[in-house]
Ligand binder design. Sequence first.
Ligand SMILES: [Zn+2]
Length: 506
Amino acid sequence: MSSSTKAGEASAATVGTTGIAYETIIGLEVHAQLLTKSKMFCGCSAAYFSAPPNTHVCPVCLGLPGVLPVINRAAVEAATMTGLALGCTIAPVNKFDRKNYFYPDLPKGYQISQYDLPLALGGEITFTVGGEEKRAGITRVHMEEDTGKNMHASDPLTGEGYSLIDLNRAGVPLMEIVGEPDLRSPQEAAAYLTAIRQILRYIGVSTGNMEEGAFRCDANISLRPVGTTTFGAKVEIKNMNSFRAVERAIAFEVERQREILDAGGTIAQETRGWNEEQGRTLSQRSKEEANDYRYFPEPDLPPLTMDESWVATIGAQMAELPAARRARFASQYGMRAEDARTLTESRAVADYFEAALGDNATAERARLTVNWVSGPLFARVNAETINATPLTPERLRGLLDLLEAGKINRTVAQQVFDDLFDSADEDAAAIVARKGLGLVGDDGAIREAVIQAFTANQQSVADFLGGKTAAKGRLVGATMKLMGGRSDAKIVNRILDEELEKQRQG
Ligand SMILES: [Zn+2]
């Protein structure tokens, strides 16, 4: 971490027609659904995504009067692990609060969230922009519940608009990761988000799927003249459904605010929505202050006391984080930084690589495995599909065993790789045996071919003996051809040398 730069330190300023240079200040709020079986405060299934509307509901998540919420232990574990992974301090006591607002998809009229005593505080994350490692602060991680979903439609006959409400999502465990306003460009924002999602996926607490709404992001953006330290009025942007949208929306918003400031105007503190089709942000409402929500402690839930040893156990169970694994791959396997980055991009790929490599592998074998995973394998799979083919890591290892032992050559290995990829019936050794693809290591057969090659290429033999060493290449080629390409090049060379020596003396 010491080698990294604080985000934004080397970023260019935004300069408009007036020549005033502005610094862009960005802070992101990430909402991630937690991968638990049940909802945050009731036993309903949290796997709501493709379920028929309003089938994963009960009196608790429907917000009916007289019911009592119960905290989901697995959700607390997942959020705690996230806090630890982001280098936060886990608060010994945290509590739930009611965030009051009225909206049709919020049947209780309030959302249970955490306000002044959140679960985790004060972390940091590193990410890479343009090959440079940067870091940004994490303000806090807190737990809350998701809302339902409104669906807007219109009657096909009358054209009259109406809305439907699906409460399957209401009460799904959610955590909010609030970042410090440390980001200075749309590219930094996208890289920060990518790094957060990578960590959540590594530790298995969220799918991180943005298209399904399991991973969402709001961006707070303001500008200030370079050299000043007070923050300008900030605008919150919502409705960004992809990493690309986050970058585009921020870039648009920076330009919009700069034009207003250059024209002598002031920025209204407000919430704006990103419109993907129009490629612009549109005003939605003036931004609420925290006191608009009339937060107060949730009277139905006691404060949550975090047992220190329980937190330590969660930390111990946590998977190795991407940055640590990247560093280990580089040092343990002598990998180039670029390869280490590629192979740790997703946990599935990193796990596959290490399983294919096996224990106690040499540096040479590690290089061979890197080449086959990042070459032929990546030509056919990605992180999502790597475990869905017949080519298990163990079967790839079997193929590389043959290649490393010189029993097959590179061309044959590619052919067997394709067979292994398409069918799980045989292992590499069985395919090589059945198809007769093994290299001929038999001295007698190779010597016979060498002698035949000499007879057919007497001029080359003479050239070699006359001092033209390059002539040997033609003899190797001729021998290989006679052997149908399946002889071991090392043995061919050795026997050729022996036979050439005999010719010289004879
Ligand atoms: Zn429920």
